[in-house]
Write a protein that binds this ligand. Structure first.
Ligand code: ADP
Ligand code: TZD
Ligand code: MG
Length: 574
């Protein structure tokens, strides 16, 4: 007679229950031993499983979800090779401050520890530690609830980031009484708690701000992650202080705001005497706050949730340590008592520069030149996207990234996702998929041809899930552009050269998506409008001049300069 087993459960069922209890109803990943049934059982219980083609892309999709929602996105990988593929996005999410949890199956602990050569055996738990905020391994089925709770709280609280959760195969095969297992699970209370800064730090900041002649805000993605748009908007309504948007903070204030200094960045940074950092680090992107173009006498106020970020590269005169919403609420309240308004002199000085720069820019973005360059192609895209302010924009590449950031306006918070703090190529298709899945909205995903090469296979995933994503590949035939020459004699293409004659649109046709190939601004506009209206998964190959693009986009200055040889700068003629 068969034994009655209905009162038993196992690690895989308990893991799915623990995630669902905590509101995690999606997972991205690639399955295989020992996690296939984790995905199948989860799917059976109502966790949507987005099966992808590469773990890095799954990690990026989950990271996008984390950025968009403030709750951790979750991705699942198999042991060693899948785990290793999944590590880069874990580190990148941690660097960007996106909450994400990587769950990875692993092999039998004692065999791994003895070095006996288990199937895909590797000390995953320890190797993960430097690549995330924290790593946890669940060795006992009774600890699943605890492990999931630890992972969620660590990923979202403080500065968000990546968490590694190791789930050994043998643990997931453990059985236990179902009722007893249920009793081990719990829902995390307030996983992303408010952290209210001291009133003293607010008063100090307001005093400094009130003393400014040329105050400037740097609006960073920390404010986007904090979902502090209402407080941010209230601050600008009260003060009319101009601001410099960092790329993923675009949309917290619409890019069309008269207070944006995006088109007169140099002047704004050079002239500001008091700078308020709202969720932006003084890292390389902001020249550490101490190098050109900053005014050397500028004083800084910094709002950040991470106290160790303060004084990272220069003294901060008025640190405010706390979460952005709480900090801005207190700041806005203090501004009622001590009003601060940007002067007309400061705003007109910036406006004058903006008008000049915008006129120069407009000539390039509205040109009808063929072959297209990044400018007129992006100008047309901006024109189309203006009509569809709800569209999400994903963006990667070098020139394709930098020029798009400057040209394509964003109107809503968290509607732009890009290469982020490290400038990573290959995040785009994962971000696009994560965004479409998480929001149910439409995505325009703009990639350089090199960038697209890293993760382009995910167009199959996008087609399989019928996601309304318009991928656009800016094909200028190479990394930065397509006209570099091999400086040696073997006749191979240069290290930067890719295939300008490639028809990327054919890739998506292979999977039943809709491909477009465009060579002129009019064709581009028509194809994009049609693709958006169709809500189908589409890919537009945007042919760009192979001569269009600067080496390394806007950050060529970071390249070491050869001292001798053909690549050394030519001596200036006397
Ligand atoms: P950007 O690239 O836009 O300049 P960074 O990623 O460099 O932005 O900086 C974002 C900063 O925001 C980080 O230092 C992070 O600690 C901070 N941050 C993240 N979430 C919050 C929050 N909820 N409240 C306050 N600061 C936050
Ligand atoms: N590998 C990874 C993972 N990230 C990187 N940033 C790079 C390599 C180096 N890299 C850049 O920094 S930009 C870029 C690479 C390879 C590609 C730029 O070419 P593109 O865009 O075709 O994507 P443009 O429009 O031609 O500049
Ligand atoms: Mg290119």
């Amino acid at each position: 007679m068969a034994t009655e087993t209905t009162n038993l459960t196992d690690g895989m069922h308990v893991l799915a229950d623990a995630l669902l209890l905590n509101g995690i109803d999606k997972m991205y990943g690639v399955v295989g031993i020992p996690v296939t049934d984790v995905a199948r059982i989860g799917q059976g219980k109502g966790i949507r499983f987005i099966a992808m083609r590469h773990e890095a892309d799954a990690g990026n999709a989950a990271a996008a979800e984390g950025f968009l929602t403030g709750k951790p996105g979750v991705y699942l990988t198999v042991s060693a090779p899948g785990y290793l593929n999944g590590l880069p996005p874990l580190k990148e999410a941690t660097v960007n401050g996106f909450p994400v949890i990587m769950i990875s199956g692993s092999s039998t602990r004692d065999i791994v520890d003895m070095g006996s050569g288990d199937y895909e055996g590797m000390d995953q738990y320890n190797y993960a530690k430097p690549f995330c905020k924290a790593a946890y391994r669940i060795d006992d089925i009774k600890d699943i609830g605890l492990g999931v709770a630890r992972a969620i709280r660590t990923a979202c609280s403080g500065r968000p980031g990546g968490v590694y959760l190791d789930v050994p195969g043998e643990m997931m095969g453990m059985a236990m009484d179902a009722a007893e297992a249920e009793a081990t699970l719990f829902k995390v209370v307030d996983p992303c708690p408010a952290m209210v800064p001291s009133q003293e730090s607010i008063d100090r900041a307001v005093e400094l701000l009130a003393s400014a002649k040329h105050p400037l805000v740097v609006l960073g993605k920390g404010a986007a992650i904090a979902q502090a748009e209402n407080e941010v908007q209230e601050f600008f309504e009260k003060t009319s202080i101009p601001y410099q948007p960092m790329s993923m903070a675009k949309g917290l204030m619409p890019d069309t705001s008269p207070l944006s200094t995006a088109s007169c960045r140099g002047l704004a940074l050079r002239s500001a005497d008091v700078v308020l950092l709202m969720g932006a680090r003084l890292n390389w992107m902001l020249s550490f706050g101490r190098e050109k173009p900053w005014n050397p006498d500028a004083k800084f106020i910094q709002i950040d949730i991470d106290p160790t970020e303060i004084d990272n590269a220069r003294p901060i005169a008025a640190p405010i340590v706390g979460d952005m919403k709480s900090a801005l609420r207190l700041l806005n309240a203090a501004l009622d008592k001590t009003p601060v308004k940007a002067s007309d002199e400061w705003l007109s000085m910036l406006n004058e520069a903006k008008e000049k720069n915008n006129a120069k820019f407009a000539a390039r973005t509205s040109a009808d030149t063929v072959p297209m360059d990044h400018f007129n192609a992006l100008g047309r895209i901006n024109k189309v996207m203006e009509k569809h302010p709800d569209l999400y924009l994903v963006n990667e590449g070098a020139n394709t990234l930098d020029d798009c950031r400057n040209i394509v306006n964003i109107y809503k918070p968290r509607h732009r996702l890009d290469c982020g703090t490290w400038g990573v190529m290959g995040v785009g298709t994962g971000y696009a998929i994560g965004t479409a899945v998480t929001t149910g909205g439409q995505v325009v995903s703009i990639h350089g041809d090199s960038a697209f090469g890293f993760d382009g296979m995910e167009v199959e995933t996008a087609c399989r899930f019928n996601l309304p994503i318009v991928f656009m590949v800016f094909n200028n035939g190479g990394i930065y552009k397509g006209d570099f020459q091999n400086i040696g004699t073997d006749g191979d293409p240069s290290p930067l050269t890719l295939m300008a004659s490639a028809h990327y649109e054919k890739m998506i046709e292979a999977f039943g998506g809709v491909g477009y190939y465009v060579e002129t601004p009019d064709e581009l506009e028509k194809a994009l409008e049609e693709a958006i209206a169709s809500k189908k998964t589409c890919l537009i190959d945007v042919q760009i001049d192979i001569h269009a693009g600067e080496e390394s986009g806007h950050i060529g200055n970071l390249n070491p300069v050869p001292v001798v040889g053909p690549l050394a700068p030519k001596p200036k003629e006397a």
